[in-house]
Design a protein around this ligand. Structure first.
Ligand code: NAD
Length: 446
């Protein structure tokens, strides 16, 4: 589905009318294509922490021009602010204000990335205040940026240096067009596991990935994106979607598995297919999901149970089988689809929101189990994404929902797929048990 308004406000005369009337002016987002340079203009690295040199060194090794101080009138692709050594909120001013002064040089579609530490229960009050202060600052800045620019943060658990694999992986993801629709979010790097891929453009080379619900929509795009990044994809969907499923599997040169994931033996069938056909299984993306919306007062057991059954209970059962298998032990990855409805709630979606909040809980609790195999499990929570599902929303409601985020537009299925591909990759090894919103900083709810 195309967003005609976005096209209009970026073309000739209508662009000026929208500007004069103060109407929302969503900008075309900078999205990634294989082989794209990470950024096209210099990156400003601010901060005097011991590790800021290490961050600059990483950027230089990725062929990025690095500045340590703003130069007058030179456009920047990104501003990276190191705030990992804060111990008091009074220390925020220095680098935050320096970043503010450099914002006028940020090119359209640019990024601001903070690198800080999460506040934890054991922190002294001033330390906790400073660390949490970064969250308020960054999220507000994300609301202020325009022209398709975003602001996101990397949080490093105590002891994890900014030069760690996970921090480097997160920084590359946030600087690249892969995170175009991620805005106002933090990625928590909890430990130093993970690996730098041999080829940053094909980080999933040699890996076998299962994608459920792959016959259409977001699932089909996930299959394409994982394939682009080097994985061999097994596309799973219900037998009724067999034809569309075969088309996707052929397109990505993968294999198709017709399977209702709520079947008791779904986990065993997935394992058998992957081992028999591809000799291994490394990545599982739980994307299949359904909605059966009704106000709770009118909710029947069928609607409630089918949504819980597909969206969370099937995942729990499949994970149990996979985590008990010797074939899922080589740094395995699970990525599950949550939703902003599962975070903020949504009218008419008590069943759906329960299942998606359940995904977030399941992810957190499964993290230590999969970590035993050097693996990770994470969730991605999409906001308004342009799909067949959202195309069915009545025009006025859809138009409002689309604009109610900092980027003033809906995301594309590829934006969700990019976040999933990143979390499935070796460089995201230190990120476990988290959820990442891909919602353009949706203004509704949490
Ligand atoms: P979609 O309805 O277009 O596709 C879902 C696919 O899952 C279909 O091909 C369907 O056949 C398959 N499926 C359903 N039940 C299944 C089962 N029992 N076994 C196997 N396959 C099954 O949905 P979409 O919009 O592409 O959404 C994909 C995921 O993203 C879902 O989990 C959804 O909840 C989530 N999500 C979507 C949005 C959005 O804006 N579209 C927002 C937030 C979250």
């Amino acid at each position: 589905m195309t967003d005609k308004y976005l096209q209009l406000v970026n073309a000739g005369p209508t662009r000026n009318v929208a500007k004069k009337l103060g109407l929302p002016r969503p900008a075309p987002l900078r999205r990634y294509a294989t082989g794209d340079p990470l950024v096209t203009k210099p990156v400003l690295v601010l901060g005097d922490s011991a590790e800021s040199d290490a961050v600059s060194t990483s950027l230089l090794s990725w062929d990025v021009e690095v500045h340590r101080h703003a130069l007058a009138d030179e456009q920047l692709s990104a501003i990276v602010v190191l705030l990992d050594e804060l111990s008091h909120p009074d220390q925020l001013a220095g680098h935050v204000l320096e970043a503010g002064a450099a914002l006028r040089d940020l090119a359209p579609g640019g990024q601001v990335v903070t690198i800080s530490r999460p506040g934890t229960d054991g922190d002294a009050p001033a330390v906790a205040a400073a660390r949490q202060g970064v969250e308020g600052f960054l999220r507000s800045l994300a609301h202020e940026l325009r022209a398709g620019s975003t602001a996101n943060g990397i949080q490093l658990a105590d002891g994890v240096p900014p030069s760690s694999v996970g921090a480097q992986g997160a920084l590359r993801f946030l600087l690249s067009g892969r995170s175009a629709f991620v805005d106002g979010q933090f990625l928590l790097v909890g430990d130093e596991t993970g690996a730098i891929p041999a080829d940053w453009h094909h980080p999933l080379a040699g890996r076998v990935a299962v994608v459920t619900g792959a016959a259409r929509g977001i699932g089909a795009e996930i299959a394409r994106t994982l394939t682009r990044d080097g994985a061999k994809v097994v596309a799973v969907d219900v037998p009724a979607a067999g034809q569309a499923l075969a088309a996707v599997a052929n397109e990505v040169h993968g294999t198709a598995l017709q399977l209702d994931i709520t079947r008791d033996d779904a986990g065993e069938q997935i394992l058998r297919h992957c081992v028999d056909r591809h000799g291994r299984l490394d990545i599982v993306v739980h994307n299949a999901g359904i909605t059966r919306d009704k106000l709770l007062a009118n909710m029947d057991a069928d609607r409630w149970n089918s949504v819980i059954g597909v969206n969370i209970s099937a995942q729990l059962k499949i994970n149990e089988v996979l985590l008990g298998s010797e074939y899922f032990t080589d740094s395995p990855r699970i990525v599950s689809l949550a939703s902003t409805s599962g975070i903020a709630g949504n009218r008419g979606q008590t069943n759906y929101a329960a299942s998606k909040a359940g995904v977030i809980g399941m992810t957190r609790a499964t993290a230590p189990l999969i970590a035993e195999h050097g693996g990770t499990i994470n969730a991605v929570a999409p906001g308004f994404i342009e799909t067949e599902m959202t195309a069915r929303i009545p025009f006025a409601t859809r138009e409002v929902a689309r604009r109610l985020n900092s980027l003033q537009q809906g995301g594309l299925p590829v934006d969700v797929a990019e976040a999933i591909a990143f979390l499935a990759a070796p460089q995201a090894g230190g990120i476990n048990g988290q959820f990442l919103r891909v919602c353009g900083q949706n203004l509704v709810g949490a």
